[in-house]
Design a protein around this ligand. Structure first.
Ligand code: FES
Ligand SMILES: [Fe+2]
Length: 392
C-alpha cells in the first residue's frame, strides 16, 4: 500500500473512518490525482461488482458494445443463446482493441489486424495463415489457449453487473440485503415486470467532476430545499429518512410522500404486489460504487455512472415501468414524457452542484469536509467504504 500512501497521507485516510462527529471526508487527492484514480479502478471497480450497462440496450443476438472502464477496454455482446457475455476487448494475438463501435456483429468478432476471429462465446475459431500462406493452423499453436478472456457477469434488474477480478462473493449474495429490504415493496413477479421505456426511458448527462460526488450527493436529502425547490414543494426534506442498517456497500434515503404532480387523467399502473399502505413511499439507494437506484410504486430507475477520468463522469439514466403497456404504449406517453423531464431536471440540478465540488477540491485549505452528524450519515458511510477498500 506504499503506492497509495505516497499519494495520500495515511492520517488523512484514517480520519475518514472515525465516527462522524470526529471524521473528515475523503482528502482532495481522491478527486484530483490521476494516479490515485488508477488505484481506485483496481480496488473499487475491478474488485467489486460494478454496472457497465443494461441488457435491454443489446436486444438482439450479435449486438455488441465496447465499454472502457477508466481506459480498461471491455466488450459486451449478446451471444447466440441470447445471453449477455462480457470479455476483455483485446485480441489474444498482438493485443489490439477488437471492437471500437457499438453495433450488430454478423457472425464472428474479427480482429482488424490479422483477422483472427472469435465466436460470440469468445472462442478463437479462425486464424488465417497462422502456419504460413494458406495454412490456417500450426501444430505448435493451440487455438483453445487463445480464447477471449471472459469477465464474470450477472444481469440484475436489467443491469449488467461485472466483477472483473473474479474475487467477490456471488452477486445474488452481494445484493441480498437490498433485495430483502425491498421485498416489502415487490415480489419476484413484480420485478420481472419492469420494462425499459423506448421513448422516454434514457438520458445521459456529462458531469465535469469525479464520479464519487454523484454518489455522495445521491445519498443525502439535506440539499433538497436549496438544490431542488421543485421537488421540495411536494416531497420535503422532513419527509425523508436515511436508509441504514444495510452492510456498507449501500447507502441512501427514502421519502414518505412520493406524490409527483404529473398532469392528465391517466395514472401509471403500479406493481401488483406493492402494499396499499406503502404507496407514498419511495426509496433511493446507492449501490457502491456506481449505481443509484430509485424504487416507486409505479416506476423504477437505475442511474449508473461511467467514470471517464478523475474529473469526468457520464451519468446514464434508465427508466422502467410496470409492463410493456406502461413503458411503451401511446396511452402513457404524456406521463412518461413528464416523468422523464422531472428526473432530468432534478439530475441536472445535482450536476451543477457536484461540478462545483470538483472545483472546491483544488483548494488546499479544504480538509475533506466537516460533516453534519445528523444529516450526512449516508455520505459518511460511502466515504468510509472508499477509505476502507482502497487501503485493503
Ligand atoms: S492482433 Fe488480432 S489478429 Fe493479430
Ligand atoms: Fe439531489
Amino acid at each position: 500500500m506504499s503506492e497509495l500512501y505516497n499519494i495520500i497521507d495515511k492520517k488523512k485516510l484514517d480520519v475518514v473512518t472515525k465516527p462522524i462527529s470526529k471524521a473528515h471526508g475523503l482528502p482532495n487527492e481522491c478527486y484530483t490525482n490521476k494516479d490515485y484514480t488508477l488505484i481506485e479502478r483496481k480496488k473499487l471497480f475491478e474488485d467489486k461488482w460494478v454496472a457497465i450497462g443494461v441488457a435491454s440496450s443489446l436486444p438482439n443476438i450479435g449486438d455488441a458494445k465496447p465499454y472502457d472502464l477508466l481506459d480498461l477496454p471491455l466488450l459486451i455482446i449478446r451471444n447466440k443463446q441470447n445471453k449477455i457475455k462480457v470479455f476483455h476487448n483485446i485480441c489474444s494475438h498482438r493485443g489490439v482493441k477488437l471492437v471500437h463501435k457499438e453495433g450488430k456483429i454478423k457472425n464472428v468478432i474479427r480482429c482488424p489486424y490479422h483477422s483472427w476471429s472469435y465466436n460470440f462465446d469468445g472462442e478463437l475459431i479462425a486464424t488465417p495463415h497462422i502456419g504460413g500462406m494458406n495454412k490456417h493452423t500450426h501444430p505448435q499453436f493451440n487455438k483453445s489457449k487463445s480464447n477471449l478472456k471472459e469477465i464474470r457477469s450477472y444481469i440484475w434488474l436489467d443491469l449488467i453487473m461485472v466483477n472483473i477480478s473474479n474475487n467477490e462473493m456471488p452477486f445474488d449474495k452481494y445484493i441480498k440485503p437490498l433485495s430483502d429490504r425491498w421485498s416489502k415493496f415487490w415480489k419476484n413477479s413484480d420485478r420481472d415486470m419492469i420494462k425499459h421505456s423506448n421513448d422516454y426511458g434514457y438520458f445521459k448527462l456529462e458531469a465535469k467532476c469525479n464520479w464519487k460526488f454523484a454518489i455522495e450527493n445521491y445519498c443525502e436529502s439535506y440539499h433538497l430545499p436549496w438544490v431542488h425547490p421543485g421537488l421540495n414543494s411536494y416531497s420535503k426534506i422532513e419527509d425523508h429518512y436515511h436508509i441504514q442498517g444495510l452492510p456498507n456497500r449501500f447507502a441512501g434515503q427514502g421519502t414518505v410522500v412520493y406524490n409527483p404532480r404529473l398532469k392528465g387523467k391517466e395514472k401509471f399502473p403500479c406493481f401488483p404486489n406493492w402494499p396499499k399502505n406503502k404507496e407514498n413511499i419511495a426509496e433511493y439507494v446507492a449501490l457502491f460504487p456506481n449505481v443509484m437506484l430509485g424504487i416507486h410504486k409505479d416506476h423504477f430507475y437505475a442511474y449508473w455512472l461511467e467514470p471517464k477520468s478523475n474529473d469526468l463522469t457520464l451519468e446514464h439514466m434508465e427508466i422502467y415501468y410496470v409492463g410493456d403497456n406502461a413503458a411503451n404504449s401511446k396511452k402513457f406517453k404524456s406521463l412518461r414524457k413528464q416523468n422523464f423531464k422531472l428526473w432530468e431536471d432534478i439530475q441536472k440540478e445535482d450536476v451543477d452542484i457536484i461540478q462545483g465540488m470538483q472545483i472546491g477540491r483544488k483548494s488546499n485549505v479544504y480538509n475533506g469536509g466537516n460533516f453534519s452528524p445528523a444529516m450526512d450519515n449516508p455520505t459518511h458511510h460511502f466515504h468510509k467504504w472508499v477509505a476502507t477498500n482502497i487501503a485493503q
